[in-house]
Structure formats: structure tokens, C-alpha cells
Ligand binder design. Sequence first.
Ligand SMILES: O=C(O)c1ccccc1NCC(=O)[C@H](O)[C@H](O)COP(=O)(O)O
Length: 201
Amino acid sequence: MFVKLCGLRTESDVTVAIETGADAVGFVLTSSPRQIDVDLAARLVAEVPADVLTVAVVRGITAAEAGEMALKTGVRALQLHGDYPRESFDELAELPFGLVRATALGPETDVRTGAFGEELLLIDSPVAGSGEQWDITRLAENPPTGKWMLAGGLSPETVAGAISVARPWGVDVSSGIESSRGVKDHGRMREFVLAARGQGL
Ligand SMILES: O=C(O)c1ccccc1NCC(=O)[C@H](O)[C@H](O)COP(=O)(O)O
């Protein structure tokens, strides 16, 4: 199970994420309690070994701005959150990082990974980064294909059950591994990765 830990803000967050064996780490670069600036993100990205995917997470800015920020940080992937159209993905396609399409599940959502040219698809709650759970049984009506991650209100306590219902390729979490909004709880980060891999208590 591919595991992404999102919203990391400090060197110790990154160190612990790597120790847990997480496959990917996310840095939020736009408005959020977890927002960090490009310079700090670049310093944290430099601490991450090559076998862990580094992801810049953005929402509410243009594709051009997002691409520029991602280039400055040196991340290996850019996660576009929200209603970015296919044209935004086309605009970024030639840049030297992969793309993650992050979207909530709606009646018209294209749930085929790669439909917009992205490498990974993330199906999230309607309010990204809120920690709110959503009805993941709806995925059965419109099952995603390819390398797709489940997110939205996951936690060490719920992730194993969510995996058994939704059968994703990977999982992504932010709020569920925090002690308070924006502050990562290193113990819960460890517990989440173990639980996602079926090694929880
Ligand atoms: O974390 C944020 O505040 C955020 C802000 C803007 C766009 C995306 C954001 N977060 C993305 C994520 O952390 C994850 O991809 C995902 O939404 C998990 O969220 P959570 O329900 O908090 O586990």
C-alpha cells in the first residue's frame, strides 16, 4: 500500500516521515494552516531521499504559478487540488515533475487515473485537508482505475477499514496524523503507516 503523509512543515516531521517508511511526503504551498513558503519547502525537499516521492500541494492559484513554485522547491510531483481543467495539466506536462490530480467525487468526476494526463489520482473529501470523513461507499458506483489514492478524514484508527471498503492503490492523510490543526503528531504518523500496511495494533 502506497502511503503519502501530507502537510509536513518541519525538519522533524520529514525525518519521522522517512523513518516510518512512507512512500510520499506532501508540502502545502498555498493557503492553509499547513502552508509553508517555497524556500522552506525547498530545504525540506532536499532532506528527502530519492526513493520517497516529494509532492507540492496547491489550490486556488494558476497552473503557471503552481508550476513555478514546484520548480523552485525541487519536488518530484505537483498535486493540483480542486477544479483544475485538463488544460492546466497540459500546460504543466513538459515540466520536470509528475502531476497528481486531486478531486472530490462528484457525479461527473472522471475517475480514470491519467484522464487529464496525470500520473496519480487522489480522490478526496469535498473540503481538502479538513479531516472530514465522506461516504467512501459511493466509490462502488464509479470505481476509480489505475494508481489512485484515497484521502479525506483518514486516521490510524480508520485507515484499515477504509482500505478494505475502497480498495485504493494508496492512501493520503493530513489531519488524522495531527495533535492540533497544522501540527503533526509523530506517534500518529508512525501508527498511520503501520495501520495502512496492515500492521496496526
Ligand atoms: O491540507 C490542507 O490544508 C490543504 C489545503 C489546500 C489544498 C490541499 C490541502 N490538503 C491536501 C491534503 O492534505 C491531502 O491531500 C488530503 O486532503 C488529506 O486531508 P485530510 O482529510 O486532512 O487527511
